[in-house]
Design a protein around this ligand. Structure first.
Ligand code: SF4
Length: 323
């Protein structure tokens, strides 16, 4: 676990170079001395909720691609995907250092020998500084932790856990199939057995979510000492169980203004040492997005949230010392 010390006498002016929260880009610059881009690949082909083809077990929000950024590239080999996708990230971020992000489905289900060969292949590619592994909190067996330990001793490694919520009733609504305690245990196991950074994916905008839920989530995360979080608004994609609820009028996604208030509340209670990968979901496959429409765009929601914080003089962690 890497602790970044924020040493800033005048946080409002100088913390995070004018940003109102600690963006992951700055975390990477501190860690690697330069910008680092994440290159997504689609290698895993399933997850525990999909492997038995029982529709009732699929997470309520998940489309058939299992969160893959480039699902149609699954035909390509891992090296081909890396070499192809790196070009876009290089152009966008103007950097020459990258992490390979195993993004689709659950990337810790296969045999350890196969996982090791995938990680080795990724790390052997030019300009690759480390790997990021997307998985579930209940898919971290000991043999995998040993492999992650080996990898994280020699290279940068991050594990992104789909936590989504730290409340069991919300996890049941989402049909995740694991408990909140399972996420807490997974983070502890990763800290105990590996040097990998840990990121938690979280969703806001769930039914019956209160400010108290959001504040408690931030407090629990601070106690877990993870390195970063990725925030999403619960949104509706076509052909998902959530789309059915939406069509039946049983679920309404939050609009941007309400979502912004939730994110701001969370950030104000979040430790200044925990970086933020993303403030809101982005639905890049527009034809699949049902609602809300503001999830089509990447930058406007981020700017909206940050502008609100700036106008009010709020920033990440400004309420941490109040409890
Ligand atoms: S969100 Fe992850 S665990 Fe849930 S159904 Fe999709 S791929 Fe599987």
């Amino acid at each position: 676990m890497t602790n970044i010390q924020i040493n800033d006498a005048n946080p409002e002016e100088h913390r995070w170079k004018g940003r109102r929260y600690y963006p992951i880009s700055q975390y990477f610059v501190r860690r690697f001395g330069r910008r680092v881009g994440k290159v997504s690949v689609s290698i895993a082909e399933t997850c525990p909720n999909r492997s038995d083809a029982d529709d009732d077990r699929v997470c309520i929000f998940c489309d058939e691609w299992g969160s893959a950024a480039y699902p149609l590239e699954r035909e390509k080999t891992l090296s081909e995907q890396i070499r192809h996708n790196i070009k876009h990230v290089r152009r966008r971020l103007k950097t020459d250092k990258f992490l390979v992000y195993f993004q689709s489905y659950t990337n810790t289900l296969d045999k350890v020998a196969l996982l090791k060969s995938r990680f080795d292949t990724a790390l052997a590619e030019e300009h690759i500084a480390g790997i990021v592994i997307g998985t579930r909190p209940d898919c971290l067996p000991q043999r995998l932790l040993s492999l992650l330990d080996q990898v994280s001793q020699q290279h940068y490694a991050m594990v992104e856990l789909g936590a989504q919520s730290l409340f069991d009733d919300q996890l049941e609504f989402l049909r995740r199939g694991h408990t909140a305690q399972c996420t807490v245990d997974a983070v502890k196991k990763l800290h105990e057995h590996t040097d990998a950074d840990v990121c938690l994916h979280l969703m806001f905008g769930l039914p019956n979510e209160t400010d108290a839920h959001i504040i408690e989530t931030a407090q629990q995360i601070n106690a877990l000492e993870i390195s970063n979080v990725k925030l999403h608004n619960l949104h509706v994609l076509a052909n998902t169980p959530l789309a059915k609820l939406y069509q039946e009028g049983l679920f309404t996604p939050v609009e941007l203004d309400e979502y912004a208030e939730k994110v701001i509340l969370f950030l104000r209670h979040l430790s200044p040492e925990i970086a933020v990968q993303r403030l809101a979901a982005l639905s890049s496959r527009w034809d699949e997005l049902v609602a809300p429409q503001w999830t089509r765009q990447k930058m406007p929601p981020i700017e909206f949230i940050e502008n609100k914080m700036r106008t009010r003089g709020h920033y990440q962690s400004d309420l941490v010392s109040s409890y």
